[in-house]
Unconditional design. Structure first.
Length: 190
């Protein structure tokens, strides 16, 4: 095993001070890598779109039979859910530091009514609440269990449910398009 390790990779730090060797004229040329923090700090909404794009990339890998669907269940669901949470918080702009999707759906509805003097389409809140019924506090998709804070223990997701990949992706794309429009139109590339 020692012969298989690239010692140079293990000696170089993961996080480096940026230098001219990291500069590139556009995102498609090298060196490949990314900036973190400082001027590279994304807004909540920009970050939501990164999670959305990542979920779609994983789904496309499943569709191309590059990965088995069941191996990516939780990552795909978590990425979509987190994308929604961040996009909602961006639109609400006064959202607290919690992860309760059901509460965020209520806050979203109030903010939408204030801004447009009308209710958002009912299917939006229904979809958010459907996701919240499985993963109310952003733990079920991350850890495959929900955290019961009252009993201070982990509990499995209630029952079994099927998630159709095509329906999930299309619903998330539609919901994301609406959230993109509400957040000023800065959406994903694809």
């Amino acid at each position: 095993m020692k012969d298989e390790l690239d010692e140079s990779a293990t000696l170089k730090p993961l996080f480096e001070e940026p230098s001219s060797e990291h500069e590139r004229p556009d995102p498609w040329t090298g060196p490949k890598g990314f900036m973190l923090g400082g001027m590279a700090l994304p807004t909540k909404f920009e970050l939501s779109q990164q999670y959305f794009d990542a979920a779609n990339l994983l789904i496309e890998a499943v569709k191309r039979d590059e990965m088995e669907d069941y191996k990516l269940t939780n990552p795909i669901l978590f990425l979509y859910r987190h994308s929604l949470e961040l996009a909602l918080k961006s639109f609400i702009s006064t959202a607290g530091e919690h992860h309760r999707l059901g509460s965020l759906a209520d806050e979203f509805e109030r903010a939408f009514r204030e801004k447009f003097s009308d209710a958002p389409p009912s299917w939006i809140k229904a979809t958010l609440n459907e996701i919240a019924s499985i993963d109310p506090n952003s733990t079920a998709f991350r850890y495959a269990e929900n955290r019961d804070t009252t009993r201070k223990k982990w509990v499995p997701v209630d029952g079994e449910v099927y998630v159709g990949l095509r329906n999930l992706q299309e619903t998330m794309k539609t919901l994301n398009a609406i959230l993109v429009a509400l957040n000023g139109g800065r959406g994903p590339r694809a």
